[in-house]
Design a protein around this ligand. Sequence first.
Ligand code: NAP
Length: 315
Amino acid sequence: MSVEIATTDSVLVTGAGGLVGSALVEELRSRGVETVLAPRRGELNLLDQQAVFDYFEQHRPVHVFHPAAKVFGLGGNTRFPGEMFYENALININVIEACRRFGVRKITALGTGCVYPESLGGSLLREDQVWDGAPHGSEWAYAQAKRAMLAQLVAYQQQYELDFVYAISGNLYGPGDLFDAENGHVIPSLVAKFHRALTEGGKVTVWGTGRAERDFCFSSDTARALIMSHEQLTGPVNMGSGVVVTIRDVVEGLVEVTNGAVELEWDATKPDGQMRRFYDLSKLQSIGFQPQFDLKAGLRSTYEWYAKNYPHVRR
Ligand SMILES: NC(=O)c1ccc[n+]([C@@H]2O[C@H](COP(=O)([O-])OP(=O)(O)OC[C@H]3O[C@@H](n4cnc5c(N)ncnc54)[C@H](OP(=O)(O)O)[C@@H]3O)[C@@H](O)[C@H]2O)c1
């Protein structure tokens, strides 16, 4: 259902200190929304159901954007599947139930591409295929908690007419990311490695051949896509920039940003990961979404933010 976010509507953003949350807060404020509620974990622990209900009762948000999630690094997903499921499932159950109890007009929640079945491999993934098989083993618990959130949203739409968008997002990056050089997502990890090599010396070793292809969406573009989807779409919506690049393009972009001053080493004996993972973006593109940042501009902005804020960055 179409809904408009009026500048006088109060809008809650969960996980507002994170990559997506901080970009959403900035985008909503730049649109003139007067009351953007952005509680950090210290003010509102989303695992605490009573605290969540009390917060909603007190602040009465009209719209909710829900990017908050327990996100572990690569190793953590396989080492702590129980914690992963429990915390994500609980956070989502609390937030969505509060939306229902306190009459939120619409919620846009963040899913992940991991919810898609492993068996669909490198094919173009459509929103109606989420339930067509089991997710990949390495991220199984995380993916199942995110699937449970979609199930809850569908059930609440059926019984309570709670309107929602469930954003199925691929690779995101930007200022404010978690820059874990060893176990993090590919772009923030490379940004941290390039910065370390530039400031402390040494080479950057890149795993794989660089031929794996991905769609990376810059965080402020993601925030715009989320707000446009919230206003104009309903149900599951794939998110992405619509531009596919290779890991080698990312590395070359960072070489350019650092003026070629960093020595590179490719370790082709290490795995590339999945070679292709693409999402059918026709639903998002049907409302006219176009990214404003290409890879080069996004990498420059991310690297400059990191260099300026280091060491006060999430690592
Ligand atoms: N980044 C990606 O490439 C990517 C790809 C696909 C989907 N997604 C999804 O997009 C969403 C946002 O991702 P992101 O990269 O922005 O994550 P992020 O930077 O790690 O942000 C997550 C936020 O959630 C908060 N949070 C976690 N547990 C909480 C709790 N119990 N109470 C209150 N706040 C809590 C965190 O606060 P603290 O910092 O205090 O822990 C953090 O600010 C997630 O749902 C993720 O699954 C991300």
